[in-house]
Design a binder for this molecule. Structure first.
Ligand code: NAP
Length: 505
């Protein structure tokens, strides 16, 4: 959980280093982590890909990538030239290729006097995971004289059955203590801050239950469509792409009991209990949607079915809204509402904790109904939180106004690390707290697989709206997140739908 420092020299092997993730996220994050900690002398990188590149060719490209992510060429030269390597593999199913890879790893470790601490990062498409893991295991690369760690990207399976099969392959060669399943949301500072917010501040814990909270809302919105990822997305959809991983992880952190210790095993074991206690999803608790044509930021955009590589009559959901029940002592009877989708009005991830209204209608004589207090935790893009409460306006009439206490990370701490920086630092430091345990994967697929097998119909929604109209049958008055977005000046003065007393200030 801390930004763990690399404690000894290691070789970080990225499989799929020619891909989008490696270029945009992993290379810059690895560089920042190792150099920020002053451990560049300990960090060696071996890129693996289906190319016939030399070390020099890869170094040239790595320098380009890192320079475009803001690093000066001078800082990069010696590290790239001396500690970065490339190895080409044509076919991940070929034994011969991995025998050669093993020799290459041994050679680098010998030449650089490394103690066989190895990290394998599978930045590959999911269908390539089993072959890569098997090849590593069958060629004696799953264990070494130092430590060996395996990092696996999401998605982890397509349903319960495929996730179990992948786990079987992994556990044939690697112990669970060697496996780091990525859900990059867990690398975000605000997500980790949820634990601090709840368990380091004594004032919130007595309020954090069904007696004081009436509902929890979670919105994960993207203004983008599927772009060039239509081929992948059309086989996945919002339930697999967002709900099974990011959203259930966020709900776990909001709803979990305090861990007995601040370490991986205790935290992950409390999180998995939350997912296991979510009751089976009923049709009336689910709304699915697919975006049609519309407008985003004043620009016309096409509908999902017109996107490249999407099947002509696709029924894939680009939107899901759910009403979940976390059936624990703490949360019994309190709904958790979730909505996530593409082509929504803006990119935003927010959790609203809606408190119960004041018990006595004390201000009835003045025709004032104070709304519920709301705590909005902003995960992205403006990381922080806002607590909304009522004040009396200073004029002579008796009027109430909703105001907020605001905290924004950027106002106090400047740059916060990219999620992948945090996660890579933790892999190198051997801290599994922010990685998904096999039991969490199984519990989340167990919850969602029946829904995936019998999906309710998918309704169209206009791009640029908050989703299909049916979501208002789940919940008529979703919290309006303009409340928590100071930049939405254009909205000021308007009333909040469903909460006619509230004005956006
Ligand atoms: N990109 C993101 O922002 C993002 C975000 C979250 C999670 N992820 C996950 O991260 C992983 C990598 O994503 P990506 O966007 O980087 O994918 P990508 O660009 O499609 O491919 C990554 C790499 O995998 C190689 N590859 C493709 N098919 C292969 C096969 N059958 N056997 C061996 N290598 C193969 C590609 O090599 P070639 O260049 O030779 O084809 C490329 O180097 C995926 O599991 C994805 O779901 C990505």
């Amino acid at each position: 959980m801390q930004q763990a420092a690399p404690n000894s020299a290691h070789l970080f092997v990225i499989f799929g280093v020619t891909g989008d993730l490696a270029e945009r996220k992993l290379l810059p994050a690895f560089y920042h982590v190792t150099h920020r900690e002053g451990c560049e002398g300990m960090s060696y990188l071996l890129g693996v890909g289906r190319r016939d590149w030399s070390d020099d060719e890869f170094r040239r490209r790595a320098k380009q990538t890192l320079t475009s992510s803001g690093l000066g060429p001078g800082e990069l030269s010696s590290w790239c030239d001396e500690q970065v390597f490339f190895h080409g593999i044509d076919d991940y199913r070929s034994q011969e290729s991995f025998v050669e890879l093993r020799s290459r790893i041994n050679q680098i470790e010998h030449d650089c006097a490394l103690p066989q601490n190895r990290i394998y990062y599978l930045a590959l498409p999911p269908e390539a995971f089993p072959a890569a893991v098997t090849a590593l295991g069958e060629n004696g690369l799953a264990h070494s004289a130092g430590y060996t760690r395996l990092v696996i990207e999401k998605p982890f399976g397509k349903d319960l059955e495929t996730a179990r099969r992948l786990d079987q392959v992994i556990h044939r060669y690697f112990g669970e203590d060697q496996v780091y399943r990525i859900d990059h949301y867990l690398g975000k500072t605000t997500v980790q801050n949820m634990l601090v917010f709840r368990f380091a501040n004594g004032m919130f814990e007595p309020l954090w239950n069904r007696d004081r909270i009436s509902r929890v809302e979670l919105t994960v919105g993207e203004d983008l469509g599927v772009g060039t990822r239509g081929g992948y997305y059309d086989t996945a959809g919002a339930l697999r792409d967002m709900v099974q991983n990011h959203i259930l992880q966020l709900i776990s952190l909001v709803a979990m009991e305090p861990p007995t210790a601040f370490e991986a095993e205790s935290i992950r074991s409390e999180k998995v209990k939350v997912v296991r206690s979510i009751t089976a999803l009923r049709d009336e608790d689910v709304v699915l949607g697919q975006y049609g044509a519309g407008e985003i930021n004043g620009q016309p955009v096409t509908g999902y079915l017109e996107e490249p590589k999407v099947a002509a009559e696709s029924q894939t959901e680009t939107y899901a809204a759910l009403r979940l029940h976390v059936d624990t002592w703490r949360w019994h009877g309190i709904p958790f509402y979730v909505r996530t989708g593409k082509r929504l009005p803006r990119r935003t991830t927010k959790i609203a904790i809606v408190f119960r209204e004041a018990p006595l209608p004390l201000f009835r004589a003045f025709q004032v109904r104070p709304p519920a207090n709301v705590l909005v935790i902003s995960i992205q893009p403006d990381e922080g939180f806002d607590l909304f409460f009522e004040v009396k306006t200073p004029d002579r009439s008796f009027r109430l106004d909703t105001k907020r206490l605001t905290f924004r990370y950027q106002d106090h701490f400047g740059r916060i690390p990219e999620a992948y920086e945090t996660l890579i630092a933790d892999v190198v430091g051997g801290d599994q707290t922010l990685f998904v345990h096999t039991e969490e994967v199984e519990a989340s697929w167990r919850l969602l697989t029946p829904l995936l097998q019998h999906k309710p119909p998918v309704s169209e929604y206009r791009a640029g709206s908050w989703g299909p109209d049916e979501i208002y049958t789940l919940l008529p008055d979703w919290v309006d997140y303009c409340l928590a977005e100071p930049t939405q000046a254009a909205q000021r003065g308007k009333t909040v739908p469903g909460r006619e007393n509230d004005r956006i200030t």
